[in-house]
Design a protein around this ligand. Structure first.
Ligand code: TYD
Length: 132
C-alpha cells in the first residue's frame, strides 16, 4: 500500500502523485472506473508488462491480488490518499464497489490488449514456469 501526502489546509486536500517519485514508474496512461454495481467483479487478469497503482479517489472497493503460487491478499481501497501498487504478473480482481466508487488507475504502459493474460490457468502456468 502507498500513502500519499494530503497537503491539507482549510481549503481542503490536494494529493499529488508524481511518476517515478511517489510511485515506482513513469505514468504512461490513466483510466478510471465508476458506475460498477456492488456485485460486479472487474479486472480478472494479469499483465505481462504493465505495472499499476490503483486509488479510490471516491468511495471504496476491494482488490484481491493473487501471485499464482498460492498466495493471495485482499486490500480495501477507501481513502483518496491511499493507493495499491501492483507489479507485473499478478492476478487482480476488483469488487465490492460502493455506489460512489471512482477507482483511478495509473499505468506504466500504453494500452496493449495482447499483454493482458485473461485466463487464470494460463497465468498460473506462466508464473510457475518462470520461477523454475
Ligand atoms: P477491461 O480490461 O475489461 O476492464 P477491467 O480491467 O476494469 O475489468 O476493459 C474494459 C474495456 O475497455 C475493454 O474493451 C478494453 C478497453 N480498454 C481500453 O481500450 N484501454 C484501456 O486502457 C483499458 C484499461 C481498457
Amino acid at each position: 500500500m502507498l500513502e500519499f501526502s494530503q497537503n491539507g489546509d482549510e481549503r481542503g486536500h490536494l494529493v499529488v502523485v508524481e511518476g517515478n517519485k511517489d510511485i515506482p514508474f513513469d505514468i504512461a496512461r490513466i483510466f478510471y472506473i465508476y458506475g460498477s454495481d456492488p456485485d460486479v467483479v472487474r479486472g480478472q487478469h494479469a499483465n505481462r508488462r504493465t505495472q499499476f497503482v490503483l486509488i479510490n479517489v471516491a468511495g471504496s472497493c476491494k482488490v484481491k491480488v493473487l501471485d499464482g503460487k498460492g498466495n493471495e491478499a485482499v486490500f480495501v481501497l477507501n481513502r483518496p490518499h491511499t493507493g495499491i501498487y501492483l507489479p507485473t504478473m499478478v492476478w487482480k480482481d476488483m469488487y465490492d464497489f460502493s455506489e460512489d466508487s471512482v477507482l483511478l488507475c495509473l499505468a506504466s504502459e500504453h494500452y496493449d490488449a495482447t499483454e493482458y493474460v485473461r485466463n487464470y490457468d494460463e497465468f498460473v502456468k506462466m508464473v510457475n514456469e518462470e520461477s523454475e
